[in-house]
Design a protein around this ligand. Structure first.
Ligand code: SF4
Length: 316
């Protein structure tokens, strides 16, 4: 049985939370809001979104702006790579116009399957279903399914409303965020309770996430010292963007210490080698203990600098 789209949509239109991007279908505004919401809670996004749209009201203004200005307006949202992608994409969009299809959006930097489907459905009325954690939970409960990404994708594609795909996508996510929550779902208020096969024991679905296997990794870093200062490099990447770390090196030469460090499912074994100062590359710098300890260091770099006695336990 297909759960009622009509009841879902009319519930959504009466109960949706009022976010500024829900008052428009302008592709530029929808795109900015979706990129901002990628790794940030929607409640936090609102103020940044409003400020950003005031300063960069359209794609041409964003394309013409200097990257540093865009990054400045992103400050506080984190994951700066999103802002770099937004700026790079703006240059393409200002030249070529907004694509209307999922495939067209996916070709842009920083746009994955979820974001492409969200923009194509909300801004262009394309029948492109989004699947995120909320959608997965709602569908698994409605159909009494354990985790099965392929089946969830099929169900989402079959269910999405042909006439209001943007509202449908947002309605399923809203249901998952407000009523069909991971713990203590409020089934009595749910517009789909009559269709829901999992309503007798909703918390059983979709079931626990499989634990990722632990991955062991060996790394070698260089401790390079000159005039009481240490050489550090600034990282550029999705998760660690802007943080400072010790430079990586080949695993050879004098070993000054070893450190173990865990990041999610990764277990790092880091060997610290004595390194020699060469040419200082772009994105690297020399820091005394006091400045180094005040920097945004990665947790593993902080451990390494303590292990070799460069940072004091008490101040580092
Ligand atoms: S009835 Fe309960 S479990 Fe089923 S979709 Fe609604 S809130 Fe989720």
């Amino acid at each position: 049985m297909t759960p009622s789209r009509r009841r879902l949509l009319s519930w959504y239109r009466r109960n949706r939370r009022d976010f500024p991007w829900r008052r428009t279908t302008a592709p530029y505004a929808i795109w900015v809001s979706e990129i901002m919401a990628q790794q940030t809670r929607v409640g936090v996004v609102v103020a940044y979104y409003e400020r950003f749209l005031k300063r960069f009201p359209d794609v041409r203004t964003l394309a013409r702006a200097r990257l540093q200005t865009v990054l400045g307006h992103w400050s506080g949202l984190g994951y700066y790579r999103r802002a770099r992608h937004l700026h790079a994409s703006a240059k393409i969009l200002a030249r070529e116009g907004f694509p209307e299809t999922e495939a067209g959006w996916r070709a842009l930097p920083g746009v994955g399957a979820y974001t492409a489907a969200a923009i194509a459905s909300i801004a262009f009325g394309r029948r492109a279903a989004v699947v995120d954690g909320n959608v997965e939970r709602v569908l698994c409960r409605l159909h009494r399914l354990k985790r099965d990404p392929r089946r969830v994708r099929e169900l989402a594609d079959a269910w999405i409303s042909p006439s209001s795909p943007g509202d449908h996508n947002q309605a399923v996510m809203e249901l998952g965020a407000t009523l069909c929550t991971p713990r203590a779902p409020r089934c009595r208020e749910c517009p789909l309770v009559a269709d829901c096969l999992g309503r007798a024991a909703p918390e059983r679905y979709p079931g626990p996430k499989p634990r990722p296997a632990t991955v062991r990794e060996r790394r070698a870093v260089a401790f390079v010292r000159r005039d009481g200062r240490v050489l550090l490099r600034q990282l550029d990447g999705r998760r660690l963007d802007g943080l400072w770390d010790l430079p990586e090196t080949a695993p050879k030469g004098e070993v000054l210490g070893r450190v173990r460090h865990s990041i999610l499912d990764r277990r790092l074994e880091i060997t610290i080698h004595r390194g020699r100062a060469g040419r200082t590359r772009a994105g690297a710098g020399w820091f005394g203990p006091r400045r180094a300890s005040a920097l945004a260091l990665t947790a593993s770099a902080r451990k390494c600098l303590r292990a070799v006695g460069f940072l004091d336990e008490s101040v580092g």
